[in-house]
Design a protein around this ligand. Structure first.
Ligand code: MN
Ligand code: MN
Length: 319
């Protein structure tokens, strides 16, 4: 039997503003049998009870899907043709418990255990950054310690927030403590603004992370940086976690904890394209908050960055 290759619904088959919203107008796959045929699954995690300032990321997955309708299959810059070789679908949202964070995190991990069991590479539509912890927990069980490319205005290495160990600003501290990460293969890009102490970003450096503060990125192409990043994180499985607040609020205002002086959309594309060739085992795009996104541009950016992630996964053909 020929390999199944789902295709995004074209704009001449159903108007782009019509039909049920799925990521890139791909089929919504739910049965075990259909999941087993997939290589890659887009998954929504509508969680926002881990946010510390402005909420609203619970609406992120839905709006990213809505803004993904114009994305066409072929990447005209890189030649990537993801749907020519990978079977990709939208496998829906994780049914989180929105009243109970620990229970929500447990449900997310269990959902991703199942995704990984089916051999699916997860590309996740967030949701606040808390969701990356249970995703990494699930991935670690299959892949062992994971390398990480983390784009963010914040390091997300707080010991606690309001006494809580699980929140969107503690994700990578927990990931280190739980030995989910291969700390010598971790890079954080875009960190900036103010800390509680002058040493805040040095906790990451002490773990072995390469920390690229935003100022190091200002006014330049990040293609040379990405050569360094690839050398640092290569040699094992790598996860890509993209907090949309890594981008400047001029382009990505629809987020909960905006910080000025951020990356450009062009630099964001350079970072993701610069991950080509790595053994990527999954990625997420988190912290899009549609209520603060009056133009829809933040969700549009998020949708396109997820497409760029798809284009650099192992096994994607290029033309
Ligand atoms: Mn974050
Ligand atoms: Mn952030």
């Amino acid at each position: 039997m020929d390999k199944i290759l789902h295709q995004p619904l074209g704009g001449n088959e159903m108007p782009r503003f019509g039909g049920i919203a799925t990521m890139m107008r791909l089929p919504h796959i739910q049965t075990c049998e259909e999941k087993r045929a997939l290589d890659v699954g887009f998954i929504g995690v509508p969680l926002d009870i881990g946010t510390s300032l402005r909420s609203g990321t619970r609406f992120g997955p839905r709006e990213i899907r809505a803004q993904s309708v114009m994305i066409r299959p072929y990447n005209m810059a890189t030649g990537a043709a993801p749907f020519d070789s990978l079977n990709v679908a939208d496998i829906g949202d994780v049914p989180i418990n929105t009243f109970n964070m620990l229970e929500a995190v447990r449900i997310i991990e269990e959902f991703y255990d199942n995704v990984i069991e089916h051999g699916i590479i997860p590309l996740t539509l967030g949701g606040d950054h808390t969701i990356t912890l249970p995703i990494l927990r699930a991935l670690k069980k299959k892949h062992g310690k994971i390398g990480l490319v983390h784009i963010d205005a914040h390091a997300d290495v707080n010991d606690h927030m309001f006494g809580e160990k699980i929140a969107h600003g503690t994700t990578f501290r927990r990931a280190v403590e739980e030995e989910l990460l291969d700390c010598d293969r971790v890079v954080q890009i875009g960190l900036r603004a103010q800390g509680y102490t002058a040493e805040d970003f040095n906790w990451s450096r002490k773990q072995g992370f390469r920390v690229v503060q935003a100022e190091e990125c200002w006014h330049k192409s990040l293609a040379p940086l990405m050569a360094e990043v690839r050398a640092k994180v290569d040699g094992g499985p790598v996860y890509l976690s993209f907090d949309i607040d890594g981008i400047d609020p001029a382009w990505a205002p629809g987020t909960g904890t905006p910080e000025i002086g951020g990356l450009t959309t062009i630099q964001a594309i350079e970072i993701i394209r610069g991950c080509q060739g790595l053994d990527l085992i999954g990625g997420d795009l988190v912290e899009v908050s549609p209520p603060y996104d009056t133009t829809g541009n933040t969700s549009l950016l998020g949708a396109n960055l997820l497409y760029e992630m798809l284009c650099v996964l192992p096994g994607v053909q290029r033309r």
